[in-house]
Write a protein that binds this ligand. Structure first.
Ligand code: GZL
Length: 333
């Protein structure tokens, strides 16, 4: 009997050690800033999931959209000896040295959202984010198809492209995709192209200046909804009707864009989900259990939401738009 109790006690101790040894994780997250509703939703979703996980501790840094702050944060994470690092870069260059230091420290790196240009030169455990080029194609293809549905397929159309933060992976990819999509519509010409830095305030300021300096704008391609909403404010202030005088296509599919589409102020938004927790949490649990995830950037399936529904607008992946009014109540960000 004594031998049996000794075995039970030993097993209990091993199990207790085993569980606590694997459960206590310090998960560090270098976040870009709070520049948009998308970023806020991304932060809230990931931080809540990590803080709410049994045994995990979140170490969070908001870089206020400054690369030097992210570099400092990554070095602090190394010094603190964290177990995992989640990283999205405000711009796509200038990370080679610090991410090599993360590799040297042998801290598993999970790349999310915006990928660094040096990704093919560093080690990382997994990568997950939007297909920005496809999102850009969808923006301009949606606009071309919508104009056709209005009987304006042969009209000379002036297009303004409001870009995101210059040098950000999302801005580079969406701009590439915007221009690829426009190749299908020779009647659509780019008449203005400038960064609004993914913020509502800067989007309003750029639109205000365009309304004074550009002869005619028929379509605004805003590389995120926040800049599109800022442009709506500027268009109204100039006495024009957003959504009619100027067709507005955003990106992200945040709740405020759905509200603007239902109100008639915006015409469409291309989805780019910020809800990464359902990928990141199982990935860390899997890595802890010895799983590996390869080097491909995993993309979530995403939709297109608009003022009419039924517009076929995929670039490489075909997608048909959904009427925003039909799904606005179900949106969670
Ligand atoms: C896209 C993300 C972009 C969003 C913007 O994945 O990097 O940054 O489109 C955000 O709203 O600022």
């Amino acid at each position: 009997m004594k031998k049996f109790l000794a075995i039970v006690l030993a097993l209990a101790m091993v199990m207790a050690l085993g569980v606590s040894a694997f459960a206590d994780l310090k998960v560090a997250f270098s976040q870009i800033g709070q520049e948009s509703d998308w970023r806020t939703a991304n932060t809230d979703n990931l931080c809540a999931a990590i803080e709410g996980h049994e045994g995990w501790t979140l170490i969070y840094d908001d870089a206020q959209q400054k690369q030097e702050n992210q570099i400092k944060a990554l070095r602090n994470f190394i010094t603190q000896g964290v177990d995992y690092i989640l990283f999205t870069g405000v711009v796509n260059t200038g990370w080679d040295e610090v991410l090599a230091e993360v590799n040297e420290a042998e801290i598993p790196l999970i790349l999310i959202d915006r990928m660094p240009e040096c990704a093919d030169k560093i080690e990382y455990a997994a990568a997950f984010g939007g297909d920005f080029v496809e999102e850009g194609r969808r923006q301009t293809i949606w606009a071309g198809e919508y104009l056709k549905s209005l009987g304006r397929g042969d009209e000379e159309i002036a297009v303004a492209i409001m870009e995101g933060t210059t040098g950000a992976d999302a801005q580079v990819g969406r701009t590439k995709g915007n221009l690829e999509g426009l190749e299908k519509y020779p009647n659509m010409k780019v008449v203005a192209q400038q960064s609004g830095n993914f913020t509502r305030a800067e989007g309003q300021a750029v639109m205000e200046s365009w309304l004074k300096s550009v002869d005619k704008i028929d379509v605004l391609i805003a590389q995120n909804d926040d800049m599109g909403l800022g442009a709506v404010d500027a268009i109204k202030a100039a006495g024009l009707v957003p959504g009619k005088d100027i067709i507005i296509v955003g990106c992200d599919s945040v709740k405020a864009a759905f509200e603007a589409i239902v109100a008639g102020d915006m015409n469409a938004t291309i989805e780019c989900t910020p809800l990464y927790a359902d990928f990141v949490v199982p990935t860390i649990e899997g890595l802890e259990a010895g799983e590996t995830y390869g080097r491909d950037v995993l993309h979530p399936a995403e939709g297109v939401y608009d003022c009419v529904g039924g517009i076929v607008c995929g670039g490489e992946v075909e997608v048909t738009s959904t009427l925003a009014a039909d799904v606005i109540d179900a949106r969670v960000y």
